[in-house]
Design a protein around this ligand. Sequence first.
Ligand SMILES: [Zn+2]
Length: 473
Amino acid sequence: MTDADVVIGLEVHVQLDTDSKMFCGCSTEYDDSPPNTHTCPTCLGLPGALPVVNERAVEYAVKVGKALDCSIAEDTAFHRKNYFYPDLPKNFQITQYDSPINEDGELEISVEDESKSVGIRRAHMEEDPGSLVHKGGSIERSSYTLVDYNRSGTPLLEIVTEPDVESPEEARAVVDKLREILEYLGVFDADRGGALRVDANVSISVDDEEGTRTEVKNIGSTKGVVKALRYEVTRQKNQLKRGGDVQQETRHYDDDRGVTVTLREKAEEKDYRYFREADIPPLETSEYVEEVEIPELPDERRRRFREEYGLSREEASKLTSKKAVADFYEEVADVDSDLAATWVVDELLGELNYRDMTVEDVDAEDFRGLVELVDAGEVTDANAVEAIRASLDGRQGFVEVVEERGLGVADEGETLEACRTAVEENPDAVDDYLSGDDEALNYLVGQVMQATGGGADPATVNEVLREELEGEG
Ligand SMILES: [Zn+2]
């Protein structure tokens, strides 16, 4: 094999964060519900039930179209994709075939500081099927499978890229970037149970000759994207190296084992017998296109953070990858933008992460109070870290913890007092110091720091102690 290039196209299925399903009024909050309790004749596909399009889902699709710089169809329509599978009670899925709402968009990604643009072929609306529950844990290990229709009819947006993705790492960047944008737009919320599933078309082209594609299905996480694609790329390359052919097929990604396995021969488009969904009239989008506005997106916000607050690329990127974190930072930034960035990025996020919490669990105004105290030199860095930990552990306010535990900086009088006490109470250390043992001074400094709850300034304590000890000698 001489010149082999990896060619990857992605299909990202995003569950839109609407309250009700795509074509009926059933609630999408089914995560903690018993199976098959969020269903009605429409999402069970019973004869005679009629679908009605969820307006919010259309609004969200238009938002995504605008954010990805797509051309948005003035008239769009729904189609039936016919196939039989137990999770699909109607024997067809309502989707969009030759008139998708969004086409021809673009997504900027960057991998190791190299930027590139990935084409978005289309982003269309469809419904999620029900879910199959394999009792043995996986499809291969189960002797039977149950089906739950709670998910059936959940609004999906399928975002399809052009085959511009050239490595598993780029694929991951695409998925990460899409997730960021979707969260900024408020159309997707993983914390509220929103799922994002990826199918990937993978082939290896040799000497510019197109290779046979496989489709890897149902990759459920960002980490999974890299693992599944690395496996599949290596598998195909090895196959070609041995002089074999790559079969056109659909493969399933097994996350536990980190491998892809043959699921079935790939169905061709004609197998699906697409035709117009006559129960749904054509949809005009002009009203949505006019009314829907999109907020500042992650890239813009990153640029603005660097310009407005003078942050480094890394800080700006850490602060903007989640909208909630960026919003939080902006409520603290005016104390001192550098100091605020340091305390949010280096301290708060780590401590939150460690406790499985997010910035949404803490009060920005209160944190701002703590940063103000640090800025004014009224709390030492070490004590501010302690205040953050204690506050998160005890679900108590930051400033409240500082006051309650006396974590504030000791004033001159307090420091002097504590130094004198230390000298009085530790005659042995004083003797040692006076007979030339400098180590003894460190011990006394430690005593003072302890007595002031870490609030004294170590340099001042040193100085004051030396003066006091000279008086002794
Ligand atoms: Zn329903």
